[in-house]
Design a protein around this ligand. Structure first.
Ligand code: ADP
Ligand code: ZN
Length: 518
C-alpha cells in the first residue's frame, strides 16, 4: 500500500520523497488506525490525509475551521485532478445545494466542511447518504479546552462520529499541542487506540531571536534597512499598536500593508493579496492575519510584542521560511508587554478555569522570553518532542557573552522560596528578600524568616526579575491560577545543597538579535 502512496505522491503532487512523518502517518491510516498527528505548520499535513483519501473508497470528510484555507486546498486539489469541494458559509444557497447534491452522489474524493456548518441534521444526512471511510480533523486542538483556540462546535463532532452506524477512521491533525492537549484531543474525539505522531517541530531554516531592553523603533528601523528587499510580517498585540507601527513604516517610505479585525473584509482581502504578490513588502498585523496564508518567501516574522502563548508564537513565527530558505523570527520581549496579554486574558470571555489555563500558557511564553537555553530546543520541548540538539543559530546559541557564577544568589532566593512554602507569589517573595516593611509581609510574619532581607542591596524589581529567571531556567515553578504562587522544583535541591552551580549571562538586559548589528 505504501508503494501506492509513494506512486500517488509522485504522480499527483510531483514530489519524490515524503517529508518526515508523512509516510508513517499515511501507513498508519491505511492500516486502519485512528491517528493523532502533531505536525508543525508547513510540515505537509494535507498530503497525510489526501493520499489515504485517494486510495480509500468513498468520500473523505475534512473538518477545518479555516474557510480561506479550504478554498485554497480545494482549488489546488482540482488543479491536480482530484475531485473535491467544500461546504462553508462563503457559498451562496444555490452553490451550497449543488455541492451537497454532488456529495450525495459520491462525486468527490474529498469534502471539506466547516465545523459550524455541521449541525446534527446536516451531519446525519451526510453520514447516512455518503460513504465515508475517513474523517480528517484539521486544527484538532480546537476540541480541547486546554488548547489555545477552543471551539464548542468541535466538541459535538465526537458524539456524532461515535454514533455513526459504520464509524469511519478518524485522523486528527494539529500543529500545536502540548502533551496534555494531545491527550485531551484523543479523549475528546474518542479516538480508538490512536497512533500518535509527534514529528519535526524543529525548523532548521529559522533563526529564532529574543531581543530585550531595546528601543523598539530604532531597532525596527535598523532591522528593515538591513533587509531592504525582504518580505516580512510584523505582529503586534493590538489594533492600536498595529496602526501605529504601520504609520511608522509608511513615514519611512516602506511599502507596508496592515491587517486587523477592525478593518472591513474588502480592505483585509486587498491587503492580503498585495502582500502575497509583493506589492507590500511588509505586513503589519494582529493575530487576525495568517489563518491559511501560505506565502513561501516570508523572510522574517517580527513580533513587536509578546503574544499570549507559545502555540500562537510558533504558529505565527513559523510563517517565515515556508520555502525552506533561511529566515528570521524575532521576538521583541519586554516583560511589561506581558501585562497587555494578561489584560486580554482577564477581559476575555473564558470562564475561570479557562483563564487559569491561558495564564499558565502566558507564563510559558514569558519563560521563553527569559530563558538562556537554545530557543528552538525550548519550543520543541514544549511541544513534547525530546532529544533535539541545540540549533546553533538562535540568539541564545550565538550569545557568547560571559557567564557569571550566581550560585550564592540563587541559594538565597531558593531558600527564601522554600521557607515561604509555596504560599506566595513572586512579588511577595521579592519583598521578603528585599527586607520590605510591606503590610502583607508584616501581617504574615514574613519579616521573621531567616531569609528576610538577604538581597537587600538589590532593587526590588531586579529581585523579581531574578526570581522569574529562576522560573524560566526551571529551578522554580509557578502554580496555575489567577494568583500564581511560586515553589521549588526538583532542580532547586542540588543547588541548595551546593552540588550544582547556577550560571547566568553577564549582560542579560540587552540581547541582540542574531543578524542585526546593534
Ligand atoms: P500544513 O502542514 O501547514 O497544512 P501543507 O500540507 O499545506 O502544510 O504543506 C506545506 C507545503 O509543503 C505545501 O506547499 C506542500 O505542497 C508541500 N509539501 C507537502 N508534502 C511534501 C513533500 N513530501 N515533498 C515536498 N513538498 C511537500
Ligand atoms: Zn539555538
Amino acid at each position: 500500500m505504501l508503494e501506492k502512496a509513494r506512486e500517488l505522491l509522485k504522480r499527483v503532487y510531483g514530489y519524490d520523497t515524503f517529508r518526515p512523518g508523512q509516510e508513517d502517518i499515511i501507513g498508519g491510516i491505511l492500516d486502519g488506525s485512528d491517528t493523532l498527528a502533531i505536525l508543525p505548520t508547513g510540515g505537509g499535513k494535507s498530503v497525510c490525509y489526501q493520499i489515504p483519501a485517494l486510495t480509500l473508497t468513498g468520500t473523505t470528510l475534512v473538518i477545518s475551521p479555516l474557510i480561506s484555507l479550504m478554498k485554497d486546498q480545494v482549488d489546488s486539489l482540482l488543479r491536480l485532478g482530484v475531485p473535491a469541494a467544500y461546504l462553508n458559509s462563503s457559498l451562496g444557497a444555490a452553490e451550497y445545494r449543488e455541492v451537497l447534491r454532488g456529495a450525495m452522489d459520491g462525486e468527490y474524493k474529498l469534502l471539506y466542511v466547516a465545523p459550524e456548518r455541521l449541525d446534527a441534521p446536516m451531519f446525519g444526512t451526510l453520514s447516512e447518504r455518503m460513504r465515508i471511510p475517513l474523517i480528517a480533523i484539521d486544527e484538532a486542538h480546537c476540541v480541547s479546552q486546554w488548547g489555545h483556540d477552543f471551539r464548542p462546535s468541535y466538541r459535538q463532532l465526537a458524539g456524532w462520529i461515535g454514533r455513526m452506524e459504520d464509524r469511519p477512521l478518524v485522523a486528527a491533525f494539529t500543529a500545536t499541542a502540548t502533551p496534555e492537549v494531545s491527550r485531551d484531543i484523543a479523549d475528546m474525539l474518542a479516538l480508538r487506540r490512536p497512533r500518535i505522531y509527534v514529528t519535526g517541530f524543529a525548523r532548521p531554516n529559522l533563526s529564532l531571536s529574543v531581543v530585550s531592553g531595546t528601543d523598539k523603533k530604532a531597532f525596527l528601523s535598523r532591522f528593515l534597512t538591513e533587509r531592504a528587499d525582504q518580505s516580512g510580517i510584523i505582529y503586534a498585540a493590538t489594533r492600536k499598536e498595529t496602526e501605529a507601527v504601520h504609520a511608522e513604516l509608511l513615514r519611512r517610505g516602506i511599502p507596508a500593508g496592515k491587517y486587523h479585525g477592525g478593518l472591513g473584509d474588502a480592505e483585509r482581502a486587498e491587503a492580503q493579496e498585495k502582500f502575497r504578490f509583493d506589492d507590500y513588502r511588509v505586513m503589519v498585523a494582529t493575530n487576525a492575519f495568517g489563518m491559511g496564508i501560505d506565502k513561501p518567501n516570508v523572510r522574517f516574522v517580527l513580533h513587536w510584542q509578546v503574544p499570549g502563548d507559545l502555540e500562537s508564537y510558533y504558529q505565527e513565527a513559523g510563517r517565515a521560511g515556508r520555502d525552506g530558505e533561511e529566515s528570521e523570527c524575532i521576538l521583541l520581549f519586554e516583560p511589561q508587554d506581558l501585562q497587555v496579554q494578561r489584560y486580554l486574558i482577564e477581559q476575555g470571555t473564558g470562564d475561570d478555569d479557562r483563564k487559569a489555563v491561558q495564564l499558565s500558557k502566558l507564563y510559558a511564553m514569558m519563560n521563553f522570553g527569559r530563558t538562556e537555553r537554545c530557543l528552538q530546543q525550548f519550543i520543541v520541548d514544549y511541544f513534547g518532542e525530546k532529544g533535539v540538539e541545540p540549533c546553533g543559530k538562535c540568539s541564545n546559541c550565538l550569545d557568547k557573552s560571559e557567564r557569571v557564577d550566581r550560585t550564592a544568589e540563587a541559594q538565597k532566593a531558593l531558600s527564601c522560596v522554600g521557607r515561604m512554602k509555596g504560599k506566595f507569589g513572586v512579588t511577595t517573595v521579592a519583598k521578603v528578600l528585599k527586607g520590605s516593611r510591606d503590610k502583607r509581609v508584616i501581617q504574615f510574619g514574613l519579616d521573621r524568616l531567616s531569609t528576610y532581607g538577604l538581597l537587600r542591596n538589590w532593587p526590588e524589581k531586579e529581585i523579581a526579575d531574578w526570581l522569574y529567571w529562576l522560573v524560566a531556567e526551571g529551578y522554580l515553578k509557578m502554580s496555575e491560577g489567577a494568583y500564581p504562587t511560586v515553589s521549588l522544583t526538583a532542580a532547586a535541591l542540588p543547588v541548595l545543597e551546593g552540588k550544582t552551580s547556577v550560571v547566568r549571562r553577564q549582560r542579560t538586559s540587552v540581547r541582540r538579535s542574531a543578524g542585526a548589528a546593534a
